[in-house]
Design a protein around this ligand. Structure first.
Ligand SMILES: Cc1cc2nc3c(=O)[nH]c(=O)nc-3n(C[C@H](O)[C@H](O)[C@H](O)COP(=O)(O)OP(=O)(O)OC[C@H]3O[C@@H](n4cnc5c(N)ncnc54)[C@H](O)[C@@H]3O)c2cc1C
Length: 466
């Protein structure tokens, strides 16, 4: 039996033990106002009003928790506030006599928002007013409640006043979260590489921007020159020619997902793309950007290692090719020179009786991998392995090519026992560290399990299975 302090279940309904304003019928104006708040106001206000609305209609608290996906303390806190202060209790004003906590972190967030142009944050006004600034901060959950006085004092502590913010924006014309940079939009590879050569280490290529822009916003990257290659024509393609599958520099993850060629002939690539982030990110993020970023947590590197892919780098001195096995040189570091653009990925077209699979464990959909494994095999007659490629994601400072496991498989019949031994070797080759996604030992064992699954699926596909 669920028990809830201050409330009891009577006649199939949760009611307050103590008679209060909350449990009596709502007046029609309260009902109208709650309905309006649910419809029109910010996310936070609408959700508080929904709690009260549901409760006033006799919906039990566990059901409100289920419907709105909130915890019991959240429901009871807002009911109690409504009980005590009426509709005013749902507004953003702090409870009388209680000051909101303005920790240094919250202060920094407020200053960051206040220095930004409202339109850059999706607020359709030219300049901040205190009211709109507060509404934005509360609506995004940066603060739970804030009086105008507290907001003014937070701004003062951050060395800001509303007037200074507004005139600052007016005078400079812009306020940015990243450090200032010069934006270049070349329309040919030659122009882009000339810009890269001119600005050297101060320049960065911008493709999908899904890794670079977040880093710039956090000021973990502050390139002085951004070379946006998105206007260079003919860089988005997926085609087979001269024995290789070619993927151009501006091919997005979503292009892979939508390609018939990839779906029918390269299920391993489709599987890799589909588990990257979410559709919004995949609409912009490029396969080449995913590799050039050199993040050991990114998904494509392991797949390219398994497939034996080759990267084509283009710079002022011309073109050079780099094997996937020597492309990832350190954490967030690749074999690309600062003046080079990764223009194409080339994957050898797998011979008959080949199959591959990518298997990833993530904490929630769209997350980076706790661990993931790519496996690609080619079989000879009677299921004997001619070639095996195995790549590991997010279990080391770089994506890892499990060379010992690959060598072990060659020339053997890929039955359950052999796959089990290869999976053990791959686990031993991984170099995970303990972090929020789990302890190192757990991740190593995960590599063993995922390698066995990926290899089993790859062998099935090599034999004609889907
Ligand atoms: C919310 C979120 C979740 C994500 N989850 C995942 C995930 O689960 N798995 C995963 O693999 N990725 C994930 N990503 C990363 C995403 O796939 C990135 O977009 C990708 O890693 C980088 O591709 P991009 O085209 O956006 O590159 P950009 O961000 O434009 O660039 C990234 C880096 O690569 C360099 N670069 C880009 N293109 C080239 C090129 N052609 N030549 C030379 N250098 C180049 C840039 O200079 C920069 O240093 C996630 C991103 C977000 C925002």
């Amino acid at each position: 039996m669920i028990s809830l302090p201050g409330y009891a279940r009577r006649g199939g309904r949760w009611v307050a033990d103590v008679p209060s304003r909350f449990v009596r019928e709502l007046t029609s104006s309260e009902r109208d106002e709650l309905a309006r708040l649910c419809r029109e106001r910010s996310k936070a206000l609408g959700f508080r009003a929904a709690i009260v609305n549901l409760s006033a209609r006799g919906v039990p608290i566990p059901e409100i928790m289920r419907q709105l996906g909130v915890s019991r303390p959240t429901v009871t806190a807002w009911l109690a506030r409504f009980d005590k202060f009426g509709l005013r209790g749902l507004q953003d004003e702090p409870r009388p006599g209680r000051r909101p906590k303005l920790t240094p972190d919250v202060g920094r967030q407020i200053a960051l928002v206040a220095r930004s142009r409202p339109r850059d944050l999706g607020v359709q006004i030219a300049r901040w007013s205190l009211l709109r600034l507060r509404e934005y901060l509360v609506g995004t959950g940066a603060v739970s409640a804030l009086s105008l006085e507290s907001l003014r004092s937070a701004l003062r502590r951050g060395g800001l006043s509303l007037k200074a913010i507004r005139t600052g924006i007016a005078r400079k014309g812009t306020t940015m979260i990243p450090a200032a940079f010069e934006y270049h939009v070349p329309t040919s590879i030659g122009e882009a590489t000339a810009l890269l050569a001119k600005h050297g280490e101060d320049a960065k290529v911008l493709s999908g921007g899904q890794s670079l822009i977040p880093l710039m916003k956090l000021r973990l990257a502050s390139p002085r020159h951004l070379i946006d290659i998105n206007r260079i024509p003919d860089l988005a393609y997926i085609r087979e020619a001269e024995g290789v599958l070619r993927i151009g520099a501006l091919t997005r993850e979503s292009d892979l997902e939508e390609s018939d060629l990839v779906r029918t002939r390269y299920p391993i690539l489709l599987e890799t793309s589909k588990v990257i982030a979410d559709p919004l990110v995949r609409n912009l993020a490029t396969v080449c950007g995913n590799l050039a970023h050199g993040d050991p947590a990114n998904d494509h590197p392991a797949t390219m290692l398994a497939l034996g892919a080759e990267a084509v780098a283009f710079g002022q001195k011309g073109e050079r090719r780099i094997q996937a096995g020597s492309f990832f040189t350190g954490p967030f570091t690749t074999a690309l020179n600062s003046g080079e653009i990764l223009t194409e990925i080339r994957i050898p077209i797998p011979p008959p009786r080949s199959g591959g699979a990518y298997v990833k464990l993530e904490r929630k959909v769209g997350d980076f991998a706790t661990a993931a494994v790519a496996a690609q095999v080619t079989l000879k007659e009677k299921g004997v392995c001619e070639r095996a490629g195995i790549g590991l994601t997010n279990v080391g400072p770089t994506p890892i090519k499990a060379k010992k496991a690959e060598a072990f498989l060659q020339g053997k019949r890929l039955d359950e026992g052999i796959i089990k031994q290869a999976a053990q070797l791959a686990a031993e080759e991984s170099q995970p560290t303990s972090d929020l996604r789990g302890p190192a030992e757990y991740k190593r064992d995960l590599v063993r399990v995922l390698t066995a699954r990926a290899l089993t699926k790859a062998v099935e596909r090599a034999g004609g299975g889907r």
